[in-house]
Design a protein around this ligand. Structure first.
Ligand code: HEM
Length: 182
């Protein structure tokens, strides 16, 4: 099994982080969609708490992914025009940037609202801010705007990957999948 990235493809650690993060990001939007439809109550409270724990996990995973990238060769991009390469770079950087800022914004929003962040009931995280309703409202709109922006950017990322793999048939997706899938 190839653990590290190579010129030709991503290794096991990058693949694991990529698909685990994809799954958790998907859950974050499903959870948000579910709790946004509920009135204040036990069920909503529990869903929001799970959303917070998954979000903190995502923050740890994206930081790990960024560190791991520094210790690995970057696989050579599949053949595409310079414009496409630039667009791809912009999309990837935006995804990383949004994944780094969205969770702390959610965490700060909870603190400003006077709520604790308890990671899967295992560890209570410190409050990032003092309670302040105006700050909570502001942070909520920034968190929501960035989160829905991430949704759009990820849509672009998935479309681009699908276009390359299924239409251009350049095998882009194989690089992010274990070799036995071939
Ligand atoms: C990448 C990670 C995350 C994503 C993609 C995400 C996404 C979202 C989305 C889409 C919403 C609904 C926004 C709307 O009102 O339209 C939301 C709300 C919220 N998020 Fe996150 N979030 C993430 C991480 C976090 C974290 C780490 C926390 C706290 C520790 C958090 C706390 C909250 C809270 C408190 C709400 C509002 C809940 C309510 O309406 O009562 N989020 N988030």
């Amino acid at each position: 099994m190839q653990i590290r990235d190579s010129n030709a493809r991503y290794g096991f650690i990058s693949q694991l982080l990529h698909w685990l993060m994809a799954l958790l990001i998907g859950l974050q939007f499903v959870w948000a969609w579910r709790f946004l439809q509920l009135d204040i109550g036990r069920e909503r409270y529990e869903l929001v708490n799970q959303h917070k724990s998954i979000g903190i996990t995502l923050l740890l995973l994206v930081l790990l992914r960024i560190v791991w990238r520094q210790f690995n060769i970057k696989p050579t991009p599949v053949s595409m025009s310079d414009k496409q390469k630039q667009a791809m770079k912009l999309v990837h950087r935006s995804i990383y940037a949004l994944l780094v800022v969205i969770p702390p914004l959610g965490w700060a929003m909870s603190s400003a609202g006077g709520f604790t962040v308890n990671w899967f009931e295992l560890m209570q995280l410190p409050a990032l801010l003092e309670q302040n309703d105006a700050h909570k409202t502001l942070l909520r709109s920034i968190h929501a705007t960035f989160a829905w922006l991430l949704f759009v950017v990820l849509g672009g990322h998935i479309l681009m990957a699908g276009y390359h793999h299924f239409y251009l048939k350049d095998g882009l997706l194989w690089r992010m999948l274990p070799r036995w899938k071939r």
